[in-house]
Design a protein around this ligand. Structure first.
Ligand code: HEC
Length: 270
């Protein structure tokens, strides 16, 4: 009897599995937003290294300086960079005096050590880039309730990384026919929901490059993305160098260990 029951149960399970396997899938309507959404473009920077492997890449200092200029002139009005201090800019090739001058141009919120009052004072190299808004509520209030995120870590925080940031900046375009753009938003197929609250921040000639580079949208986008990549990890080059040195050290150690092993066991009869 038990045997029949277990056999029956087995059949029921197999039947259900077979039905589940062969039954046609429920067909859902294709999501129109997903169909419009594009993957980031395939772009490369000098700091990505040969083959984009990232191993031997170093930042292009001139590009970082241009990117810094784009950030200050075209992004800083809305986006902060709170993990970067002015003194870090020395790494871009700015002299001490230039870093001081850059810091002095910005007003930093502070407390007067004598009276305890809130004050603003000119920046010093140890200060970090101030956020353009006092807090998130003020930031949203000024931007149609969307939040302009801090850009310090953006190139490593978003899926697609630098390529995504670059694509987003060059990706503004007219919507396809029949697509209704929500008022206050802008069509951009690289943004997850294809409509973004950020107005296009780059127009040809938006900045005037001191080194004579033509300020096309693509150029500015590549430069500012490189700068933001640096900002996210100023120690990137040092980290890669240390990594290479460590691998070299381990290789030499392995060779030495092999010879030691041969030596130690050389006299032992098989
Ligand atoms: C007028 C204000 C303004 C300016 C100028 C501006 N942004 Fe934005 N940005 C925004 C707002 C608002 C959002 C949030 C958009 C949203 O959530 O729809 C945003 C979002 C972003 C995002 C995040 C996208 C995501 O995946 O969430 C990046 C990256 C960005 N901006 C980069 C830049 C860069 C680089 C510049 C300068 C070239 C710049 N922005 C200039 C207002 C601005």
């Amino acid at each position: 009897m038990t045997r029949w029951i277990s056999l029956g149960t087995g059949f029921v399970f197999v039947f259900v599995l077979l039905v589940a396997f062969f039954a046609p899938r429920e067909t859902s309507e294709p999501d129109p937003i997903k169909a419009l959404h594009l993957k980031p473009r395939n772009v490369q920077w000098q700091h990505d290294g040969p083959g984009g492997l990232g191993v031997l890449g170093t930042f292009d200092r001139a590009q970082l300086q241009r990117g810094y200029q784009v950030y200050t002139e075209a992004c800083a009005a809305c986006h902060g960079l709170r993990y970067v201090a002015f003194r870090n800019l020395a790494d871009l090739g700015f002299s001490d005096a230039e870093v001081r001058a850059i810091a002095r141009q910005r007003q930093i919120a502070d407390i007067d050590p004598n009276t305890g009052e809130e004050i603003t004072r000119p920046g010093v190299p140890a200060d970090r880039f101030p956020s353009p808004y006092p807090n998130e509520i003020a930031a949203r209030a000024a931007n149609n309730n969307a939040y302009p995120v801090d850009l310090s870590l953006i190139t490593i925080a978003r899926k697609g990384g630098q390529r995504y940031i670059y694509s987003l900046l060059v990706g503004y375009q007219p919507p396809p026919p029949g697509f209704q753009v929500t008022p206050g938003l802008h069509f951009n197929p690289y943004f997850e929901s294809v409509q973004i609250a950020m107005p296009p921040p780059l127009m040809p000639g938006r900045v005037d490059y001191a080194d004579g580079t033509e300020a096309s949208v693509e150029q500015m986008a590549a430069d500012v993305t490189a700068f933001l990549r640096w900002a996210a990890e100023p120690e990137l080059e040092a980290r890669r160098r240390t990594g290479l040195a460590t691998i070299g050290f381990l290789l030499i150690l392995s060779v030495l260990a092999w010879f030691t092993y041969r030596r130690v066991w050389a006299d032992v009869q098989k």
